[in-house]
Design a protein around this ligand. Structure first.
Ligand code: MV4
Length: 449
């Protein structure tokens, strides 16, 4: 059994992973930059190692430092969390080469899903619907124009090395296409070191729906239902919920089984998420994430599964603790991401938190590394807390969010609490009527400041 885990992350996800380790009786090692010496994740860990100065490149992304920290502390596994090194296949490979367990999928599967063309081909081969578009990369303008005519306009040009909203261009019509195509290739080469691009039909007003999956080394694979992550701004999710009202129980059941079967056939190991665009009653695969995601707690709330615990046990070589028949969905859960940002301008805010007071009561879970008097440094992601609310149905869930947001006190820095209070009182949000453009459209944040 894994005895000691090094957590190669910071903030709320490091704390979340620490908690799963403690529940399992596993020793913990935190890493931190000099800016995080007094951070919550350092205080809660059994041991800690400083891995470098504040800039992420020199600390949390510094592979030799992170692996050395694991070796000197006698850890037998590394949990990467999300962001940082979590989807770096080179890192995953190096961890294994040091006789350490990487708590995540095989390095090959990380690399495979990092290439969005390969990811799409893979799941298409397993029978999942994908967004209509080019069959793989389009390597020159002549071919590209021909394929573009077949797909029709508007269409999207996406970089194979992109993902998560990076490296995408919309061509509204044939007039825009050649320039958009050349720009996309040039930028992809610079940003990702890979200038391959592919084409897709552009969905104008889709929802973003993703399925959570887990798979063990014995070929067992299950899905834990879907999350609707349509409320986002500039590819940063702000609010996520599960289950989605867009899918009927029968559709979810059938589609979810296909998703689980696909990852089983792939021989995937660990937890992951398949992202889809939803339009006019249909789901189309776009990308797979091979990490634990920010929004995993809402799935935990409605299924009762501790996904981080499962992730650790899968990496340890254990069997999944449940089969598909054991997965039951109960109630509704919503996550409000509390970022250290101004609710109107979205300008990041750093400083010292004062008067910290957390909401509580039935159905309220806070995942955070905040404490009264803690510092929010300017060097890292602005996510500082997640308000996760559970209730028997969506309306009761919304009422509890209002109650919890009004209780929440975070002074000293700007946060997204005021934005969430507006969202949870908005008629379209209450009605569940939104797509991926709703937030930018409604709160006029689509344009530059
Ligand atoms: C799309 C799309 C419309 N049509 N693909 C953005 C993130 C990346 N995972 C894929 N993205 C999109 N791909 C086609 N063919 C619109 C988006 C998109 C988006 C998707 C999910 C959540 C938020 C989004 C915001 C802008 C664009």
């Amino acid at each position: 059994m894994i005895k000691k885990i090094l957590i190669a992350n910071r903030g709320e996800i490091a704390v979340r992973i620490l908690r799963a380790c403690k529940d399992l009786g596993i020793q913990t090692v935190a890493i931190h930059s000099t800016a995080d010496a007094d951070a919550m994740h350092v205080r809660l860990a059994d041991e800690s190692v400083c891995v470098g100065p504040p800039p992420p490149r020199e600390s949390y992304l510094n592979i030799p430092s992170v692996i050395s920290a694991a070796c000197v502390s006698g850890a037998d596994a590394i949990h990467p969390g999300f962001g940082f090194l979590s989807e770096n296949s080179t890192f995953a490979h190096m961890v294994e080469e040091h006789q350490l367990i990487f708590i995540g999928p095989k390095a090959d599967h990380i690399a495979m899903m990092g290439d969005k063309i390969t990811a799409k081909k893979t799941f298409s081969k397993f029978g999942l619907p994908t967004v209509p578009g080019s069959d793989g990369a389009v390597s020159n303008i002549t071919k590209a124009l021909k394929v573009a005519d077949e797909i029709g306009y508007p269409l999207m040009i996406k970089a194979a090395g992109g993902g998560g909203g990076r490296g995408m261009k919309v061509a509204k019509s044939k007039t825009d296409f050649a320039e958009a195509y050349e720009t996309a290739r040039r930028e992809a080469g610079i940003s990702f070191g890979n200038d391959q691009v592919y084409l897709e039909k552009y969905f104008t007003n889709p929802r973003h729906i993703e399925f959570q999956i887990m798979a063990d080394k014995f070929g067992n694979a299950v899905h834990l239902g879907e999350r609707d992550c349509s409320l986002q701004r500039r590819n940063q999710k702000v609010w996520e919920e599960t289950l989605s009202s867009a899918l009927s129980p029968d559709f979810r059941d059938e589609f979810g089984r296909k998703v689980a079967e696909s990852v089983g056939q792939l021989g995937y190991l660990g937890v992951g998420t398949l992202e889809f665009l939803y339009e006019e009653g249909r789901l189309y695969f776009i990308e797979m994430n091979t990490r634990i995601q920010v929004e995993h707690p809402i799935t935990e709330m409605i299924t009762g599964v501790d996904i981080v615990r499962e992730q650790i046990l899968i990496a340890n070589g254990d069997r999944l603790s449940l089969s598909q028949e054991d997965v039951k969905f109960q109630g509704h859960a919503i996550e409000c991401r509390i970022n250290a940002e101004n609710s109107e301008t979205f300008i990041p805010s750093a400083g010292t938190v004062v008067n910290y007071h957390c909401p509580g009561g039935p159905g309220v879970r806070i995942d955070s590394a905040l404490y009264d008097g803690c510092k929010v440094p300017p060097y890292y992601d602005s996510l500082i807390a997640k308000l996760i609310v559970y209730a028997n149905d969506r309306d009761q869930c919304l009422a509890r969010i209002r109650r919890a947001l009004r209780e929440y006190v975070i002074d000293g820095i700007d946060t997204l609490i005021p934005l969430h209070l507006k969202l949870v009182c908005h008629p379209d949000v209450i009605a569940g009527h939104f797509d991926i453009h709703f937030l930018e459209r409604e709160f006029e944040t689509g344009t530059d400041l």
